[in-house]
Design a protein around this ligand. Structure first.
Ligand SMILES: *[C@@H]1O[C@H](CO)[C@@H](O)[C@H](O)[C@H]1NC(C)=O
Ligand SMILES: *[C@@H]1O[C@H](CO)[C@@H](O)[C@H](O)[C@H]1NC(C)=O
Ligand SMILES: *[C@@H]1O[C@H](CO)[C@@H](O)[C@H](O)[C@H]1NC(C)=O
Ligand SMILES: *[C@@H]1O[C@H](CO)[C@@H](O)[C@H](O)[C@H]1NC(C)=O
Ligand SMILES: *[C@@H]1O[C@H](CO)[C@@H](O)[C@H](O)[C@H]1NC(C)=O
Ligand SMILES: *[C@@H]1O[C@H](CO)[C@@H](O)[C@H](O)[C@H]1NC(C)=O
Ligand SMILES: *[C@@H]1O[C@H](CO)[C@@H](O)[C@H](O)[C@H]1NC(C)=O
Ligand SMILES: *[C@@H]1O[C@H](CO)[C@@H](O)[C@H](O)[C@H]1NC(C)=O
Length: 335
């Protein structure tokens, strides 16, 4: 399992579980078809419509699938894509006209990083079955509201999408996924706080029995962009022009984030890899060796794979308290 958290003062997160669930932002990048980065077209789940498991606009849900090969045929990475939430009717209506609210608008997406099929670049997962479940419900796969307002035709059915798509994947060969935990928000959390707070990793992780690996920057650039909106911190980091006051804000954000992490008492249960580079979603964009993020001389892919395959349960946190700019070396994968 892998969980990418984005946690700060308001403590937000994205969850990403390999073999069970994942929430990750996918952004389009310049792509050429190669084992390291290749486009995949959607598979629409037509049968979901009769179960009411539909996107915001009522269209059927979809996923992106690449079959495993060789010794990887029995192994699966299932990722739930991310993309924040819509917050009110107008916002959700706008979203329903995009690929984040309707399968009608979903084009091919690039698979890369942990989805690379290149054995050198991705030695532990290159031959696994790979699935990205498209995110089109506006509420991180949690809604299960029967009522549809005819005035808006908005559907809030994310939990049904999750269940229905997982059923289809199970039928396709996904046999070992643990699928009991993510259908709805756990009562053990909602009984303690407002349900919306149970969308945040630091509040739900203690209710998740499945082992989780937390892989995130202490200076995630979605946090600096949105949580610290208006501070110009997103810009100053990459330009190396942050003031003392901006740096103090960053230190405070990091400290809040580290406090929200599970403690390292059982790293097999909760693995941790926290770097200080100003980036987001490194399992997709910074996974292959040339560009992987490193903490204490261990790269994120190695730390995760060592943990996942029971080779080493290192709990890694880069202790530097200010960010490094996100300088990605120019890597071209031509053939
Ligand atoms: C992959 O898809 C993107 C847009 O979805 C497109 O711009 C690009 O040309 C495609 N690449 C290949 C190699 O098909
Ligand atoms: C709806 O949410 C959007 C995005 O957060 C915001 O810009 C807009 O003002 C909100 N509209 C209403 C009516 O609350
Ligand atoms: C495979 O990955 C390695 C290491 O990242 C890279 O050097 C090589 O060019 C890649 N091969 C292909 C065919 O993409
Ligand atoms: C997984 O989901 C399927 C279908 O919803 C259900 O039949 C099965 O019992 C679930 N497995 C677990 C371990 O909860
Ligand atoms: C703020 O921190 C950065 C490192 O992230 C450093 O380069 C810069 O000098 C610091 N700013 C001040 C005013 O000390
Ligand atoms: C990291 O590795 C490099 C060479 O691979 C070595 O020179 C350096 O001492 C190592 N640093 C630590 C902290 O182990
Ligand atoms: C486990 O990781 C730690 C720190 O990264 C390292 O010092 C140790 O050598 C590793 N052990 C093995 C067996 O790889
Ligand atoms: C990548 O290439 C561009 C020009 O092609 C250059 O401006 C940039 O500095 C390069 N980045 C790095 C990190 O080398």
């Amino acid at each position: 399992m892998m969980l990418m958290m984005m946690v700060t003062r308001s403590l937000q997160l994205f969850v990403s579980l390999v073999c069970s669930l994942t929430i990750i932002t996918i952004e389009c990048a310049k792509v050429t078809q190669s084992p390291n980065i290749y486009n995949v077209t959607k598979t629409i789940v037509h049968s979901a419509v009769s179960k009411g498991a539909v996107c915001l606009d009522g269209s059927p849900p979809a996923y992106y699938f690449v079959p495993g090969f060789g010794e990887g045929v029995g192994n699966w990475i299932v990722q739930l894509s991310g993309g924040a939430w819509c917050k009110n009717v107008t916002d959700c209506q706008d979203r329903s006209n995009t690929d984040k609210g309707s399968s009608k608008h979903m084009g091919p997406i690039p698979f890369q990083g942990i989805h690379s099929k290149n054995q050198t670049a991705n030695p532990d997962f290159y031959n696994w079955n790979k699935v990205i479940i498209a995110y089109c419900d506006g509420g991180s796969f949690t809604g299960d509201v029967e009522y549809v307002d005819p005035a808006t035709n908005l559907h809030f059915r994310g939990a049904r999408i999750f269940t229905t798509v997982m059923d289809e994947l199970l039928a396709k060969g996904l046999k070992n996924a643990k699928n009991e935990s993510a259908k709805t928000l756990p009562k053990s959390c909602t009984s303690k706080m407002k349900p919306e707070l149970c969308l945040f990793a630091e509040n739900i992780q203690q209710d998740i029995k499945t082992p989780i690996f937390i892989l995130m920057s202490a200076f995630d650039n979605v946090e600096t962009q949105y949580t610290l909106e208006g501070s110009n911190i997103y810009e100053c980091i990459d330009h190396g022009t942050c003031t003392t006051s901006q740096n103090n804000t960053l230190k405070e954000m990091r400290s809040d984030f580290l406090n929200a992490l599970p403690k390292g008492t059982n790293p097999k249960h909760r693995g941790v890899f926290i770097d200080v580079v100003h980036h987001h979603t490194s399992i997709i964009r910074r996974w292959t060796p040339e560009i992987a993020i490193v903490v204490h001389n261990v790269s994120a892919p190695k730390a995760f794979a060592d943990w996942y395959f029971d080779r080493n349960y290192t709990y890694l946190i880069d202790e530097r308290d200010l960010p490094l700019p996100n300088l990605i070396p120019n890597v071209t994968y031509s053939s």
